[in-house]
Design a protein around this ligand. Sequence first.
Ligand SMILES: [Zn+2]
Ligand SMILES: [Zn+2]
Length: 131
Amino acid sequence: MNYSQQRNCIKNIVMENPIHPTAEQVYEIARRSYPKISLGTVYRNLNQLAEHGMLKKICSSYGSVRFDGRIDAHFHMVCSECERVFDVELDEMLRLNDKIRTKYDFAVSEYEISIKGTCGDCLAKREATVV
Ligand SMILES: [Zn+2]
Ligand SMILES: [Zn+2]
């Protein structure tokens, strides 16, 4: 496997994974296709991809560093139980740009907003243990 194949594989794993995987999670998935890949290689490629603006590096509210395949502005929801990060897409939030511009004369270029809570899977698990 050559260098650019490796990098593409790592990039695709992040882009196809809506949970915003950590480097360790990317490594676990990459290993299925490339058993010889090292965690260090995965880290290095992820950081390089982020430096080149092809991925975004985000820090979850709970401390883990995760990677996002979307580089356009959007919001995140973070689950306090499994720490997975999900994208939020609501028209209201897009309109927020205009509102902020009008009210504060401030042009929004990027968001760093994360909404904390519990994801559907963890809610279901919680309900299952209560019963
Ligand atoms: Zn969860
Ligand atoms: Zn995202």
